[in-house]
Ligand binder design. Structure first.
Ligand SMILES: Cc1cc2nc3c(=O)[nH]c(=O)nc-3n(C[C@H](O)[C@H](O)[C@H](O)COP(=O)(O)OP(=O)(O)OC[C@H]3O[C@@H](n4cnc5c(N)ncnc54)[C@H](O)[C@@H]3O)c2cc1C
Length: 484
């Protein structure tokens, strides 16, 4: 029987094990697998803490519904009843502008205004900035088709203010990335396509709004929600009632392979055919027919270096930054009267010179995150040029920083009743300009080494649905090569 070793037990590794089992059952082709995780728990970036009534996410708090793979997997795992939508009736998002929280105007789609009135009335962008955004309608499209940074693209089409106040915090925020380095083609390829097809982002968005169905076949309303004919709008993001950890537990409940926790892979030898995998524990090793690398790219690089140095060098080029989330739970009665937290939270443009990147009002965004008498906030720190906060600062310093920022921005000076920090050292892959070309080359190099597979967030999407899709695709390719 073919034996496969999956290295890394985060979303991608767990989903690989799940689909391997499923495809093996469906096809009748017998495979055996070992899933190896170096940490003391499975889940990787997914981790949820329950403290009293607070449900605190350390990593992802939800996933996007427009990419179907997350919802599909949850349904397959029997979690359909556990899925909870964002509270979209309170879906405002704020942007810190000159020290004040200013609502993000309605009618925007992916940072592009599609409705004139909310755009014209919003104080977020200056009159000159608005005029500059309007020039998008007349600026000719770029001739070259090569990759460019998100910042260069937005500056060229919509101007500097749109980059600082909207695109920077919204889009770079999703990737916790510096927009000056973030690859447009790896993250928002639809922008480049819109520019080429319509000559203007604004025209493209208006056309999409009128005529085009959304990727899952539904129409969309101006808030970006999907509208299936005659049905209630589907929220843009969904989570699980008890937190994202439920997905990890549901997957683990299905897995029947050899699961090893607290077991670090320290060596990989190519036996052609097959591999020898070495673990840190008592110099143990195992022989296996195929290996799926579901670790961060820098770990994969060290493992393949001895037999695929060029691939290792490309894997090392995927840059990672460190981030942390700081969750603070409060008694609602302790907050100032004006703190109605009527929205999903706020984003902080670079020009505001603050230490935090964003803050999610978790207990407004989702139900079941705190009791009715409490509120839960989650702050993000770290990323480009601010990694020292995550790597060097002590917990007390980070908590003091978080409280000072919340005090200055939201006027909240009360003592939190719950505090929780999750650090993600070198936890966020950065899709720098040229990333897609490098990934294509990595995939070609891996394909000529029979039995070697790369999967996970380092390559073609960082979101949970992307990781799930990547696992599914990996298993499909792998099963084609398994002997009956
Ligand atoms: C703070 C934060 C918030 C996020 N929010 C969202 C969100 O709301 N929605 C969303 O869709 N995505 C979000 N993401 C992104 C998403 O969570 C990640 O991209 C995804 O979970 C990564 O999964 P993965 O399996 O590729 O990697 P990981 O989760 O990093 O898993 C890799 C695993 O490999 C293990 N490993 C490493 N080296 C070895 C070794 N030598 N031997 C054995 N095991 C090893 C690690 O311990 C780890 O468990 C967020 C990420 C972060 C950090």
């Amino acid at each position: 029987m073919t034996h496969i070793t999956i290295i890394g037990g985060g979303m991608a590794g767990l989903a690989t094990a799940y689909y391997l089992q499923k495809k093996s059952r469906e096809s009748g082709i017998k495979v055996d697998y070992t899933l190896v995780e170096s940490a003391s728990r499975f889940g990787g970036k997914i981790t949820t803490d329950q403290v009293d009534d607070f449900v605190i996410e350390g990593g992802p708090d939800s996933f996007i519904t427009q990419k179907p793979w997350g919802t599909q997997l949850c349904r397959e795992l029997g979690l359909a009843d556990r899925l909870i939508p964002t509270n979209d009736e309170r879906r405002s998002i704020f942007v810190l502008s000159k020290g004040k929280l200013v609502p993000f105007p309605g009618g925007y789609r992916l940072t592009v205004p599609t409705e004139f009135v909310p755009f014209a009335l919003s104080p977020l962008i200056s009159p000159l900035g608005k005029l500059r955004m309007g020039l998008d309608l007349v600026i000719p499209p770029r001739r070259e088709q090569s990759d460019e940074s998100l910042a260069a693209f937005i500056r060229r089409r919509l101007g500097v203010e749109a980059l600082d106040k909207i695109a920077g915090p919204v889009m770079a925020g999703i990737y916790v990335a510096d927009p000056e380095r973030l690859s447009l083609l790896s993250t928002f390829p639809m922008f480049a396509e819109m520019e080429q097809k319509y000559g203007s982002l604004i025209r493209a968005m208006q056309a999409a709004k009128k005529h085009h169905p959304s990727p899952n076949g539904a129409r969309q309303n101006s808030g970006g929600q999907s509208l299936a004919a005659g049905s209630r709008p589907q929220a843009m993001f969904t989570s699980l009632r008890g937190g994202m950890q439920e997905l990890v537990e549901a997957l683990l409940a299905q897995l029947q392979g050899d699961l090893r926790l607290g077991c670090r892979v320290v060596g990989l030898r190519y036996l052609s055919p097959g591999f020898e995998v070495t673990f840190d524990s008592a110099h143990q090793s195992l022989k296996t027919d195929a290996v799926v690398l579901a670790t961060p790219a820098y770990t994969a690089a060290t493992l393949v270096e001895s037999f695929a140095p060029h691939l290792a060098a490309l894997l090392q080029k995927v840059r990672y930054v460190s981030t942390a989330t700081i969750s603070l739970g409060y008694r609602r009665a302790d907050l100032p009267a004006q703190s109605d937290l009527n929205g999903f939270g706020f984003m902080v443009p670079k020009s505001e010179n603050r230490q935090i990147l964003a803050c999610t009002w978790s207990s407004t965004k989702f139900n079941h995150r705190a009791s009715a008498d409490d509120v839960l906030l989650r702050l993000f720190v770290g990323g480009d040029q601010r990694e020292h906060l995550v790597e060097d600062w002590a917990d007390e310093e980070l908590l003091a920083l978080a409280r000072a920022e919340i005090g200055a921005i939201m006027g909240i000076t009360a003592q939190p009743v719950v505090k929780r920090i999750f650090r993600w050292p070198k936890g966020n892959p950065q899709y720098d300009v040229g990333h897609l070309d490098r990934v294509a080359e990595m995939e070609q190099l891996a394909a000529i080494l029979p039995g070697l597979y790369l999967t996970g967030s380092a390559f073609r999407g960082i979101g949970l649905p992307d990781c799930i899709k990547s696992a599914c695709t990996t298993v499909e390719r792998l099963m084609l090569n398994v002997k009956r």
